[in-house]
Write a protein that binds this ligand. Structure first.
Ligand code: 2P0
Length: 347
């Protein structure tokens, strides 16, 4: 019996304007728009192969060689359901197409970075899965349209379907049809921006993003201020900073937004701590670097974990990486424990 095969790769994205909070937990509809930069290094990407065959008895997912219980994943089922519906529409329009929408699929995915340690593994994972199955089904949908599906796997996954600088517009519709990712600018627009990643801990985080953000939505008053008064304006400011190549503004907004995201976590009850002492040391090092340079040449940002991402421009690479290696005592250890993923500058 025939087996149909397609593969895809999707990169990690690191938010510079953070997604934190859902207005609909089933559809992953956010309480605010967000912005990210897609990292282009092959070291931080998910690689997925999807196969379909009339011989398969069920859907299955193997992640880094380990079978995952697919039937328990409502998110995965939602993505497959949507992709099958698009394929079924194609088959209805062209009866010569093989009926892949009625076959089960087997999905094999691997990534080479710490899963669930705040390095956006679910973002790359779901983006690669949606792209691979869309390739398998030969779907003509654009990355924006596919981002609507990837969003249902993991919110931040919608931003990993395109490169460069990406916005996720929260949308206003209850069905989520207008909550999707848009490319603000391709990588070629500002190719000199780079990202260094300090892997402070590869351990799985204590509190998942999904449950952390629900605690925040329910309990934080600072969060209400953030989504109503801060993010809408910051989204426009950051977008313009990107379009104008204004690194100082981009960096200042990025750090402010990371700080506010972690402040909102602390304002939740019970409080959520994602950064640790080494994270704070990295912040101090970047502050010191910018002070010494007399201008903002580096921006730190932290997601739902202690690991630090630092954005800088190519021309400042020596200053930025040099200072970090000396000012952050464990940097060499991070580099040597996991050389390809510890200290990266690949955007
Ligand atoms: C972001 N994070 O914008 C923010 C910053 C973490 C901190 O997107 O529940 O894994 O799957 O939609 O996408 C993490 O949230 O959460 C995240 P779900 P997701 O990158």
């Amino acid at each position: 019996m025939p087996v149909f095969v397609a593969s895809a790769k999707a990169p990690v994205n690191i938010a510079t304007l953070k997604y934190w909070g859902k207005r609909d937990t089933k559809l992953n509809l956010p309480t605010n728009s967000s912005i990210s930069v897609t990292l282009s290094t092959d070291d931080l990407a998910a690689y997925t192969t999807a196969t379909a065959s009339p011989a398969y008895k069920d859907d299955s997912l193997v992640l880094n060689g380990i079978p995952e219980p697919i039937e328990q994943s409502a998110r995965l089922s939602a993505c497959l359901r949507e992709l099958r519906a698009l394929r079924a529409a194609l088959e209805q329009a062209d009866s010569s197409l093989p009926p892949l929408s009625s076959y089960h699929v087997h999905v094999f995915s691997k990534n080479n970075f710490p899963t669930a340690a705040g390095l956006a593994s679910s973002a790359a994972g779901f983006a690669a899965l949606v792209r691979a199955v869309a390739n398998l089904f030969e779907l003509p949908q654009s990355p924006e349209e596919l981002s609507r599906i990837a969003r249902q796997g993991s919110g931040s996954a919608c931003r990993s379907l395109m490169g460069g600088f990406v916005g996720w517009e929260m949308g206003s519709k209850d069905d989520g049809s207008d909550s999707l990712a848009v490319q603000i600018a391709p990588k070629s627009h500002w190719p000199t921006i780079k990202a260094a990643i300090l892997v402070i801990s590869a351990q799985k985080k204590d509190i998942s993003s999904t449950s952390g953000m629900q605690t925040t939505v329910k309990t934080s008053s600072l969060f209400q201020h953030r989504i109503q008064n801060v993010v809408p304006r910051r989204y426009e400011e950051m977008k313009n900073a990107i379009l104008n190549h204004d690194f100082e503004l981009f960096a200042t907004l990025t750090m402010a937004d990371s700080n506010q995201f972690h402040a909102v976590c602390l304002d939740s009850m019970p409080p959520i701590f994602y950064m640790n002492d080494a994270s704070r040391q990295a912040i101090r090092a970047v502050e010191e670097l910018n002070r010494a340079a007399g201008k903002t040449i580096a921006a730190y940002t932290f997601d739902a974990g202690p690991n630090c991402v630092i954005y800088y421009q190519q021309e400042d690479e020596q200053a930025v990486l040099g200072l970090l290696r000396t000012a952050v005592p464990d940097a060499d250890k991070w580099t040597s424990t996991n050389a390809s993923a510890s200290l990266l500058h690949g955007y």
